[in-house]
Design a protein around this ligand. Structure first.
Ligand SMILES: [Zn+2]
Length: 108
C-alpha cells in the first residue's frame, strides 16, 4: 500500500478526517475557554467602573417612584423595598461595599 503524501490525498480517502493543524483550535472547549479569556476581563472591568460611577438603580418594585399605588382611588403607600426612595443599590456596588466593610473590620 502506498503511503499518503499530502493532505488532499488524505481528504480524498477519508472525507470526514480533520486536518491536524486545525485540530488543536477547532474543539469546542478550547473555543469557549479562549472566548471567555478574551471577553470576561473587559466586561468585568466595565461593570466595576459603571458600578463605581452609578451605584444606584431604579427600584424594580415601584419603578423608581418610591410609591405603590392603591388599585382604587388616588391613595398610595411608600415602597417597602426601597423605603420610599425609589433607588436600590446595584449588586456589584453592594458586593464592593461588603468587601470594604469586612476588610475595614478585619484590619482594625
Ligand atoms: Zn421601591
Amino acid at each position: 500500500m502506498k503511503p499518503c503524501q499530502d493532505a488532499s490525498t488524505l481528504a480524498a480517502l477519508v472525507p470526514h478526517a480533520r486536518k491536524p493543524a486545525l485540530e488543536a483550535f477547532v474543539d469546542t472547549p478550547s473555543l469557549i475557554a479562549s472566548f471567555l479569556c478574551f471577553v470576561l476581563p473587559p466586561v468585568t472591568i466595565c461593570y466595576a467602573a459603571s458600578c463605581a460611577i452609578w451605584p444606584w438603580k431604579a427600584c424594580s418594585t415601584c419603578h423608581g417612584t418610591g410609591r405603590i399605588k392603591s388599585p382604587f382611588g388616588r391613595v398610595f403607600r411608600l415602597c417597602r423595598r426601597c423605603d420610599g426612595t425609589g433607588r436600590r443599590i446595584r449588586v456589584g456596588r453592594h458586593v464592593w461595599n461588603e468587601y470594604r466593610r469586612v476588610h475595614r473590620d478585619g484590619t482594625r
